[in-house]
Design a protein around this ligand. Sequence first.
Ligand code: GAL
Length: 683
Amino acid sequence: MQALTSVPHMLHGCDYNPEQWLNRPDILAQDIEQMKQAKINCVSIGIFAWAALEPREGDYQLDWLANIINKLYANGIYTVLATPSGAKPAWMSKKYPEICRVNASRVRELHGGRHNHCYTSPVYREKTRKINEKLAERFADHPAVILWHVSNELQGECHCPRCQAAFREWLKARYGTLDALNQAWWTAFWSHTFSDWDEIESPSPIGEQLIHGLSLDWKRFCTAQTRSFFENEIAPLKAANPRIPVTTNFMAFYDGISYWELAKSLDVIAWDSYPAWHSRQDGDETYNAFWSDAFSDMCRSMLGKPFLLMENTPSQVNWQSVCRPKTWGFHRLTAIANLAHGADSIQYFQWRQSRGCAEKFHGAVMTHANRTDTRVFREVSSVGAMLEKLDGLCGAKTNANIAILYDIESHWAVNAAQGPRNGAIGDNELMLRMYLPFWKAGYAVDFVNSEMDFSGYHLLLVPMLYMLRADVAKRICDYTKQGGTVLLTMHSGVVDEHDLCYMGDTPAEGLAALAGIRFLEIDPLFDEQHETMRIVKAPFPLAESYRLERLCERVAAEGAEVLAVYEHDNPAMPDDLPCLTRSSFGRGTAYYLGGFAEERFFSDFLISLAERLGIAPALDTTLPSGVVAAARHGADGTKYHFVMNWTPEQKAVNLPHPLKDIETGKVYQNKLPLGPYGAKILI
Ligand code: GAL
């Protein structure tokens, strides 16, 4: 696999805002010298620079940018060139108020902030296209420019009249007739039947929020509209030079639009990682780390190749409730963890702290003190030095045999539904609970969505696939029939793609037959309540019982072997109500989990299952608690092992075979000592 850009090195970069310092040539000159010292080899420029690039309508001022790009390039620093649509200039909002977003309560916003344009507005699209054309004309063939950073963290929705009209057109194309739409949305309920397309409005707190089909289609429309806005942005960029890849930066588990859909328009996936580090008194960072690594794995899975870590803070953010700086040495650990899960870059927000406005106290490589003898600067530079030794890792693959099916449309639907548990149904938590033991034990995991091919995986985990399309159910059945192992769970196969409940036995579309069970009822629990699942037939060593939370689904076994039952003291309840079952299907096996089990269950069950399936972790050893491992495979066959200690304690890992530290060359024979928050890359 190749590097993500034309640069065959790991990228070490940052968001750079020279437009804030144009009257300080001394600072701009220092920037370059300091960047070289910090071993920065690329910067993202122009992300919010529209007012400097087009200070008056049609007056394009690109010389300052060219000057900066040239100087950086002459000093060995590449440019990730941004399009500025993430923040519009004030003159534009004043002249064309239609570009300002209208919120769900139908109030048009005043000028201000960022990430708040209407993405349907023909004016905004035209202005964006034009500025992008100018940028492309001037820079698309510049040897410094290695990547387009399109807009920034695309997000939000607009409910203006133009968006309403576009939504209706989108619905017409989807349904053809109002009859079909009324059927799909079940609008006879509460007399919500539409007799004219014009009666349809996007969901609103002062209007309709309870037609689930409408809410779901609105999310799909917002995704489509964001993607078409994005396509409008990249058309002039691609026309000028199709060889420069395009990306935009994602936010962890953002669910306002489907990133999977947007990914279809991207050459490279990039994301911004901001866990709330150091929020626990005991210093154990495991829970922050696994959340961030899970999203890295998701990003890596979307296009099946490495991604760029477009932003992370070198020290602290300024927007969490408490903004703790990364402690001494911790930055190196987070950098290595990102590389371990598929990053081909470590990039920062931000190079230099601004003097004023919202982000003046956000961490940066250069603070207001403007010194290079700070510990943050030293730690950043040493990560840069490490990356310089990692050319072989560029484009390196992750070989995963385990896949977790994550369907964002199902996530939207199950969270919009009223009942059985409002506010915290926990589909994402269940997904992460399945991911956690593999992450801890060093097994590679991919995330697939419903459209993706999962036939090549040895193990397919399907947490709470509430919304199930018939074709997906068929592919899950085929996968199992052909020898795959699948784990299905409670609250799956409940509604179809319109969010209409399936009639008849569920999980629908053949999944009940696949699992050899049939849904009876679902019993949601309050936060402080729990039930217990008792193992009656352990397929591999398991504890006697496990705690259940949130959701207890009762099923009837219809062909499946019962592996665990619900424990209870209600004499009216049967003693053999299945909670975990196993069923053979063709050459494969389907497990069904009815209860929302505690973490310990997933770690006991899933690791044994993976072992039984012959799936190997990155390192064939038992890792000490708080230490995790991962691996990537370079094009030349080198296997890179990453070992990370997320605790403030000294740890030691028993190595299954000698491994060499890629930075120091030292070979570790059978013990690898790891200091507090220590990390190593070994080959
Ligand atoms: C990101 C954003 C950056 C900066 C950063 C601060 O979400 O893309 O522009 O605001 O947060 O943490």
